[in-house]
Write a protein that binds this ligand. Structure first.
Ligand code: C2E
Ligand code: MG
Ligand code: MG
Ligand code: MG
Length: 278
């Protein structure tokens, strides 16, 4: 009957809710000790420069392998790390690791130096100590600032435009590269762009995936590339999985691409073998 059906549906819903809740609690519980227990690893995904057809950088992406929970994706643990404030320590660990690794690679192994990109969460970027911490990490690791790129999302900027501009100005003065990640998905007007001295826009995957088939996506991406170039910014397309997508982006004048078509994110040893030693 309808009544018992409703009851069943509710039971299933209740179970699902409980699972989500339990998972949340487990992540919240295990996350603070993940670093000490050596459960974090940095993966690197190359960026391909379409003008020179060569790899010119890589994005550092965090992986968490827990003995009981298994591989927990960033989409699950990063939001919880942001809510609990742990993201500050985590981002700092990632930044330091990424700079150290890039410094090591730049000493002898590279033909040309590559730039490493690190994602910084909004909460962390707004932290009054962020720039000092970054300066300290660069000093400690001895990495030249132009080989570090910081990725922030539009939402980071929107929440506090004035402070954010001041922070980006400081990073640029130091020589660090700054990019807007997931461009086009934030709840923002474009006006913030004119006062923000960034270097690069990364177009979100959602506009890229179907670009070879969808005229709406072509129009949007074309407009973003035009806007960026008029402002003297580079454009990176994220989530390129197919050859047709690359060809389409090449025609539209996109500067760089990142995605499974070029390579998945890889552990440092594999990145070294495939990308650095060729
Ligand atoms: P993001 O910065 O936009 O990173 C790109 C995401 O797209 C990565 O997911 C990457 O693995 C995935 N990706 C790359 N190429 C393709 C493709 O061709 N197809 C598809 N379907 N996906 C592709 P990942 O590693 O799961 O990270 C998700 C998000 O988590 C990142 O998005 C970033 O916002 C956040 N994140 C990852 N590592 C860190 C970190 O160390 N600190 C902070 N604050 N956030 C991080
Ligand atoms: Mg990113
Ligand atoms: Mg992105
Ligand atoms: Mg993202």
């Amino acid at each position: 009957t309808a009544k018992s059906l409703g009851k069943n549906t509710y039971k299933k819903y209740e179970q699902k809710m409980k699972q989500h809740y339990d998972e949340y609690l487990l992540i919240e519980y295990y996350l603070p000790i993940a670093r000490q227990n050596d459960e974090f690893e940095l993966y690197f995904q190359p960026k391909l420069d379409l003008t020179t057809n060569s790899i010119n950088g890589m994005e550092a992406l965090l992986r968490w392998d827990h003995p009981i929970l298994g591989n927990v994706p960033p989409s699950k643990f990063i939001p919880i790390a942001e809510e609990t404030g742990h993201i500050i320590k985590i981002d700092e660990w990632v930044l330091k690791k990424a700079c150290l690794q890039n410094k090591k690679w730049s000493e002898g192994m590279f033909q040309i130096p590559l730039r490493v990109a690190v994602n910084i969460s909004p909460l962390h970027f707004r932290h009054p100590n962020f720039v000092n911490m970054l300066e300290r990490v660069l000093k400690e690791t001895n990495l030249e600032p132009e080989f570090l790129e910081i990725e922030i999302t539009e939402n980071t900027v929107i929440d506090n435009i004035e402070e954010c501009i001041a922070c980006v100005v400081k990073l640029r003065e130091m020589g660090v590269i700054v990019s807007i990640d997931d461009f086009g998905t934030g709840y923002s007007a474009l006006s913030y762009l004119k006062n923000l001295p960034i270097n690069c826009l990364k177009i979100d995957q959602s506009f890229i995936k179907e670009i070879a088939k969808n005229i709406g996506d072509i129009a949007i991406v074309k407009a973003i590339i035009c806007l960026a170039h008029e402002m003297g910014l580079k454009v990176v397309a994220e989530g390129v999985e197919e050859k047709e997508t690359l060809e389409c982006l090449n025609e539209l004048g996109c500067d760089e691409i990142q995605g499974y078509y070029v390579s998945r994110p890889m552990p440092s040893s594999e990145f070294e073998k495939k990308i650095i030693r060729g």
